[in-house]
Write a protein that binds this ligand. Structure first.
Ligand code: GAL
Length: 468
C-alpha cells in the first residue's frame, strides 16, 4: 500500500518542451548553440519550438489533470530567468511564465517539483568557462537563491542539478551533449566536482536562509543503472562492478550521503591509471576544500533517475587516459532483457527493486523519490503502446515490492515523460511521452497514449485503495 501523501508524478525539462528559445528576452543556452551547429543532433532537430509549452502551457495542464497527477516535475530555464546567467538582469517575463505554471498547478491541487538545472547552461556563462570554471558554483548559488526567493513560497520540492554524471561525461568527455567538448580524462571530473560544489552551496543557502520559513526539501537527481557482475562467482567481475558503481551512482551519492568525499575505489582507479600512463600531475579527481561549505549531508532525500540495468565484466581500458580506461569495466546486456525503442534502454523493472534496496542499505535508508523512469518508442504515431503499458505496470509493481517487502522509504514516482519531447541528441525521433505530440502540427496537438490511460488507472487504483 502506498502512503496517502505518495507523489504520483510525471516529469519534463525546460529545453525539451518549452520552445520560445528567443521569446520575451530569453538568453541563449548551450543547447540552443549546440543544436544550431551542423551535425550534432539527429537530422539537425532543435528545441526552438519543441512542444511549445512556453505558449501552450494550458494544454500541458490539461494533460496533467487528465492523468490525475498529484505532482509535476518541471525545470526552470536559467537563461529565461537570467538571460546572461547572472542576477544583474532579471527577465520579468520569464518570472511571470513560471509564476503562472506554479500557480496553475497549485490551483489544480498538483504540487510542483522544480529542477533548477536540467542541462541548459546560459551560453553567456559557457563563454566564461561554463562548468569547468570554479566560479560557476557561486553563480549557480546566486541563481538558486533567486529561485528560492521568487518561487519558494510555493515550491516545496527542489532539485539542484539533474544527472551531473550525464552533463559531465556526455557533455565534456564524449562530446555528444552540449557544450560538446571532447576533453578526455580530466574535464568530466572537474565539471562533476563543480556541480557538486554548486549543489552543496545551494543546499546550504536553502538550509540557512529559506528552510526555516519555506519548509521545503532539496536534493540533486542522480542517474544510475542497476549493475551486477556478469559472472557472480568471478572476482574480476565483482571488482569491475564495484568500480563501475563508484564511477556512476557513487560518484555523486558517496560525497553527499556517506563521506563528503569521492569513493576510494574511484580515486584509486584514476590514480592507478594516471601512474600507468606516466601522468605526473596531482590526482585528476579534484579534492574538496575545507574552506568551502561541506558536501556531506546536502540532500534531504534521494532523487533517483532509473532506466535500465547492466551486467558488468572486467575490461574497458582502451589505452588512453580517459574515463573509460579509469573505469575499466565492460557493461553488457543480458539477452533475456527486452529492448525498448532505443538501443541503451533494456527493460528491467526488477533492477529498480534491487537498486532501491541497495540505496536503502548503502545510504542509511533515506526517503527516496524516483524522479525519472520511462520507456522509449522510436518512430511516429503508435497510440496503442502496449509495451509501455506493460512497462509501467511491471515497474510500479517492483517499486511496490521494494516498499512493502524490502522496507525502502519510497515517497514518490515520476514517470518520464509527460509529453513526447526533444530527446537531446536523438531529437524528436525517440518518444518517451505519456502523451503523443504531433510535431508536424503548428498547434503541437497532444493525444493521450494508451500508456497514459494505464498510468492514470494505476494512480486512481492506489488513491482509492487508501480512501477505502
Ligand atoms: C535522462 C534525462 C531526461 C530524458 C531521459 C530519457 O537522462 O534527464 O531529460 O531525456 O534521460 O533519455
Amino acid at each position: 500500500m502506498f502512503s496517502r501523501d505518495f507523489a504520483w508524478g510525471a516529469g519534463s525539462a525546460a529545453y525539451q518542451i518549452e520552445g520560445g528559445w528567443q521569446s520575451d528576452g530569453k538568453g541563449p543556452s548551450i543547447w540552443d548553440t549546440f543544436c544550431h551547429e551542423k551535425g550534432k543532433v539527429f537530422q539537425e532537430h532543435n528545441g526552438d519550438v519543441a512542444c511549445n509549452s512556453y505558449e501552450l502551457w494550458d494544454k500541458d495542464l490539461e494533460c496533467i489533470q487528465q492523468l490525475g497527477l498529484t505532482h509535476y516535475r518541471l525545470s526552470l530555464s536559467w537563461a529565461r530567468l537570467l538571460p546572461d546567467g547572472t542576477t544583474r538582469h532579471v527577465n520579468q517575463k520569464g518570472v511571470q511564465y513560471y509564476n503562472k505554471v506554479i500557480d496553475d498547478l497549485l490551483a489544480c491541487n498538483v504540487s510542483p517539483m522544480v529542477t533548477l538545472y536540467h542541462f541548459d547552461l546560459p551560453q553567456a556563462l559557457q563563454d566564461q568557462g561554463g562548468w569547468k570554471s570554479a566560479g560557476i558554483a557561486t553563480l549557480f548559488d546566486s541563481y538558486a537563491k533567486f529561485c528560492f526567493e521568487t518561487f519558494g513560497d510555493r515550491v516545496k520540492l527542489w532539485l539542484t542539478v539533474n544527472e551531473p554524471r550525464v552533463c559531465a561525461k556526455m557533455g565534456h568527455e564524449d562530446g555528444i551533449h552540449a557544450p560538446g567538448l571532447k576533453e578526455l580524462g580530466t574535464t568530466a571530473y572537474l565539471v562533476g566536482h563543480n556541480m557538486l560544489r554548486a549543489h552543496a552551496m545551494a543546499w546550504h543557502t536553502y538550509n540557512s536562509f529559506y528552510r526555516p520559513k519555506q519548509k521545503g526539501a532539496v536534493s540533486l537527481a542522480i542517474n544510475s543503472d542497476w549493475l551486477e557482475p556478469l559472472n557472480p562467482g568471478c572476482k574480476e567481475d565483482i571488482a569491475a562492478t564495484e568500480r563501475d558503481l563508484a564511477f556512476t551512482l557513487q560518484w555523486f551519492a558517496w560525497p553527499v550521503f556517506v563521506t563528503g568525499d569521492y569513493p576510494e575505489v574511484m580515486r584509486s582507479a584514476i590514480d592507478t591509471q594516471s601512474e600507468k600512463m606516466g601522468y605526473s600531475g596531482s590526482s585528476r579527481l579534484p579534492r574538496f576544500s575545507k574552506d568551502e561549505p561541506a558536501i556531506l549531508g546536502t540532500a534531504d532525500f534521494f532523487a533517483l533517475n532509473y532506466y535500465t540495468s547492466r551486467k558488468v565484466k572486467a575490461g574497458g581500458d582502451c589505452g588512453q587516459m580517459c574515463m573509460r580506461s579509469d573505469q575499466n569495466a565492460e557493461e553488457v546486456l543480458d539477452p533475456s532483457w527486452p529492448i525498448s525503442g532505443v538501443f541503451w534502454l533494456a527493460v528491467v523493472p526488477t533492477g529498480l527493486r534491487k537498486l532501491l534496496k541497495y540505496i536503502k542499505d548503502t545510504f542509511n535508508n533515506p526517503p527516496v523519490y524516483i524522479t525519472e523512469s520511462g520507456f522509449s518508442q522510436v518512430g511516429p504515431l503508435q497510440i496503442k503502446d502496449v509495451q509501455r503499458c506493460e512497462f509501467y505496470r511491471d515497474t510500479i509493481l517492483e517499486m511496490a515490492k521494494a516498499i512493502e517487502e524490502d522496507g525502502v522509504n519510497v515517497r514518490g514516482y515520476f514517470a518520464w515523460s509527460l509529453l513526447d519531447n526533444f530527446e537531446w541528441t536523438d531529437g524528436y525521433s525517440v518518444r518517451f511521452g505519456l502523451f503523443h505530440v504531433d510535431f508536424s502540427d503548428a498547434m503541437r496537438s497532444r493525444t493521450i497514449y494508451m500508456s497514459g490511460e494505464e498510468y492514470a488507472k494505476i494512480i486512481i487504483k492506489h488513491k482509492s485503495a487508501i480512501d477505502n
